[in-house]
Design a protein around this ligand. Sequence first.
Ligand SMILES: [Cu+2]
Ligand SMILES: [Zn+2]
Length: 257
Amino acid sequence: MTSHDPLPVTRGYKRRSSGSPPHPPTQNNITQTQALNGNMEKIILQLPLMLLALHIQSGELSDSPVLEIVEAPKPEVVEFNNTIYGTCEVTPVPNLPASQPQISGQVLFRQVFPNGTLEVKLNLRGLPADDRQARAIHIHQYGDLSQGCVTAGHHYNPWEVDHPDHLGDLGNFVPEQGVIRQFQKLPEAKLFGGHSVLGRAVVVHEKEDDLGMGSDEESKRSGNTGERIACCVIGITTPRLWQETERLPGEEVEGNQ
Ligand SMILES: [Cu+2]
Ligand SMILES: [Zn+2]
């Protein structure tokens, strides 16, 4: 058998279901044998999935090796005192109309393993000093900026809820003196686990988020926030950026070693 052959169990499964029996059994025997074969095949095929599910479930309580594979930027977590740091380097979309500000800067993330509340620091610049327009910021599903911010998909929504309850709906931000500086907590979003926001995008919109209060359907989908004017992909980083960024109102001192 070469490495390209299918696994023997797969071939056995195919042969059993398509081949004819070697000698004619009674009708009753055929039915029983087929039912038995069918059940056994289902159990055999599902067994690895069932075992995997059990491993993952129990892994949330213990230190299962499977959990490490599913979870884990483990080296960073250990190295940085059970904390994972994320950064997102915001850049304006190319060919932005002159009426829109060229927003750049960083959105930083920090979460203590495994169930700490995700903390976010926004540090954006590039707005006119007299600009007081509120702008929406969300975490979108895909870290794909191949065609600017439009390829980042919809708001990341693993729970299939309405806007503005998506786990990465950061809300509205009003610039002051050309910058947006804010600390906030995002209790629903995580850097760890299956619903991690790592690898997804932060998108800054041209308009204010209506927070689901609008009269149209789009309000409960995206908040009617207009064009996407700047975005970035969230990646893993060291504590350096978080620690070097000035402390913002609401930011807790502890854990900031
Ligand atoms: Cu958005
Ligand atoms: Zn949303």
